[in-house]
Design a protein around this ligand. Structure first.
Ligand SMILES: *[C@@H]1O[C@H](CO)[C@@H](O)[C@H](O)[C@H]1NC(C)=O
Ligand SMILES: *[C@@H]1O[C@H](CO)[C@@H](O)[C@H](O)[C@H]1NC(C)=O
Ligand SMILES: *[C@@H]1O[C@H](CO)[C@@H](O)[C@H](O)[C@H]1NC(C)=O
Ligand SMILES: *[C@@H]1O[C@H](CO)[C@@H](O)[C@H](O)[C@H]1NC(C)=O
Ligand SMILES: *[C@@H]1O[C@H](CO)[C@@H](O)[C@H](O)[C@H]1NC(C)=O
Length: 194
């Protein structure tokens, strides 16, 4: 399989709840509302455009104009609550070439990955090959258990990370694209599909 950066974002997305998400339980549904997002890219080599909507989720288009031999993804998810120190929910730096294994071996992540791949033409390949990859209205599976883990009244979360290129000499990383977003998990009655 091929892999791209959007994959990362998406997976991140899945894992990171990048999108309007809904979890149905007997009593309540959980939604993700994004309050802020920004990102950078490394034009003209690596071009990223993302769109966010509480209604329809996350979309992204990634254009890779130069093959990336050794891509590395980083993800940090923090939960914030008022004055307390942020709680680290997830913090990882992963070589993309190993990502498939990681996602397959962590039961919590596999559904997010599978779900993401179904909703885009991003692929899990290594190295990253030239091309344009698109994802529209990415939706996290309603059964993704991360949402219920993240849900805390009055808490917010932030997701930061990016895709980097490992430079051959030394272990320096060069950013291809970085992103930062904040949001909250909202609990609502299941009838209202806001
Ligand atoms: C995105 O926002 C975060 C938090 O405000 C900031 O630290 C970061 O520099 C911003 N990045 C860009 C590319 O604007
Ligand atoms: C990103 O996508 C949006 C929505 O499709 C579009 O309006 C915007 O012009 C794009 N931005 C860039 C920099 O390509
Ligand atoms: C999503 O909803 C939140 C809170 O309801 C709002 O602050 C934010 O601006 C919305 N974001 C988008 C992209 O619509
Ligand atoms: C995340 O992990 C990196 C590398 O292990 C570490 O340097 C950093 O302090 C961690 N950050 C948080 C907020 O846990
Ligand atoms: C992915 O889909 C976009 C449009 O949705 C298309 O332009 C692009 O060529 C496709 N990329 C691949 C690698 O199939």
């Amino acid at each position: 399989m091929r892999a791209t950066w959007g994959t990362i974002i998406s997976i991140s997305a899945g894992v990171l709840l990048l999108k309007l998400t809904e979890i149905r339980t007997k009593e309540s549904c959980y939604y993700v509302a994004f309050t802020y997002a920004n990102w950078t890219d490394d034009r003209p080599r690596f071009i990223v455009n993302m769109t966010f909507s509480n209604q329809t989720g996350i979309g992204s288009i990634t254009t890779i104009n130069e093959e990336i031999a050794s891509p590395v993804s980083r993800i940090l998810i923090l939960q914030h609550s008022g004055r307390q120190k942020p709680r680290t929910v997830y913090n990882a730096s992963t070589k993309l070439c190993d990502l498939q294994n990681v996602f397959n071996s962590v039961p919590l992540f596999k559904p997010a990955k599978d779900n993401m791949l179904k909703q885009s033409n991003y692929t899990l390949s290594c190295p990253l090959v030239k091309g344009t990859y698109a994802m529209h209205n990415m939706r996290v599976s309603p059964k993704n258990p991360l949402l219920s883990l993240l849900y805390q009244p009055k808490h917010t979360f932030s997701v930061s990370g990016g895709l980097f290129e490992e430079l051959s000499r030394g272990r320096r990383l060069r950013a291809l694209s970085t992103y930062f977003m904040t949001g909250k998990v909202v609990k609502k009655s299941c009838g209202s599909n806001e």
